[in-house]
Ligand binder design. Structure first.
Ligand code: G1P
Length: 270
């Protein structure tokens, strides 16, 4: 059973400066809901209600957001605005949230290893909140995990010229959209990419990944890469790539952020 989800959320979000000078990038709203809230909703749909956050300096707004705010709640009580907070209050009451700080920025693999204290010896999900997904991607992955019981990464075809923005896999398709991975490279130049199947920010990881991460040397950009640890895991056992059904918005880029804003505005408000 996957009951826990880890959100690496220590990054500075420099692409969104000056907004991210004092607001965590995970708190930037798509219409009226912060990115992190979309991620939590997706995980809750997959049956998860224990959330761990790997945060850093200037990220306290995340903790405040995921707690009751009695002052606001009482000031809107009985008014038409009460319904604006209803779902959020329910989400808070049904979930637990724990936090650990990543003191140094040493890459996504290091962030996930820092989260070990919150996860323990359980298989767990990872969501990178700036990849905003539509279509219950994590639910699809949990279903697949229940069948194969191994680490899984969500993948999507990207234009070949974009491979240097992603971890890229190569694998053998064992069933429709499910690839047994035999190679993985972090942010390869197009000419060195083993395919155009890019990893997006949804993972299910088995807990042996922590021991592997402890022994993983810094890779691309001098950082400890989850991609390198997963390749090691794939060579020892099995890691799957899953071509999810749904839509992903790269909200770490201005174009993707605007695209997601228009999409959710049309979906919920027009
Ligand atoms: C991270 C991972 C990369 C993955 C990407 C998905 O990179 O290192 O393998 O493809 O997330 O969003 P980042 O975007 O944090 O640089």
């Amino acid at each position: 059973m996957i009951t826990k989800c880890l959100f690496p959320a220590a990054g500075y979000g420099t692409r969104f400066l000056p907004a991210t000078k004092s607001i965590p990038k995970e708190m930037l709203p798509i219409v009226n809901k912060p990115l992190i809230h979309y991620g939590i909703d997706e995980a809750r749909k997959a049956g998860i209600n224990e959330f761990g956050f790997v945060t850093g300096r200037s990220k306290r707004a995340i903790e405040d957001y995921l707690d009751y705010n009695p002052e606001i709640e009482s000031s809107i009580k009985g008014s038409s605005k009460e319904k604006l907070l209803e779902d959020t209050t329910k989400m808070i009451s049904e979930s637990t949230f724990t936090y650990v700080r990543q003191k140094q920025m040493k890459g996504l693999g290091h962030a996930i290893l820092t989260g070990e204290a919150l996860i323990g010896k359980n298989p767990f999900a990872v969501i990178l909140a700036d990849d905003l997904c539509e279509g219950d991607v994590l639910s699809q992955m949990v279903k697949l995990y229940n069948k194969f019981k191994c680490s899984i990464v969500a993948i999507e075809e990207v234009p070949k010229e974009d491979t240097s923005k992603y971890g890229v896999i190569a694998g053998k398709e064992i069933e429709n959209g499910v690839f047994m991975i035999h190679d993985m490279v972090e942010k390869p130049e197009p000419k060195n990419a083993p395919s155009n199947l890019a990893i997006i920010g949804r993972y299910i990881l088995t807990p042996d990944i922590f021991d592997i991460l402890r022994d993983t040397k810094p890779g691309k950009g001098g950082e400890i890469q989850i991609t390198d640890a997963l390749l090691h895991q794939a060579k020892k056992g099995m890691v799957l790539g899953y071509k999810f059904k749904g839509k992903r918005f790269d909200c770490g880029s201005v174009d993707g952020f605007v695209e997601a804003t228009n999409y959710f505005y049309k979906k919920f408000y027009l």
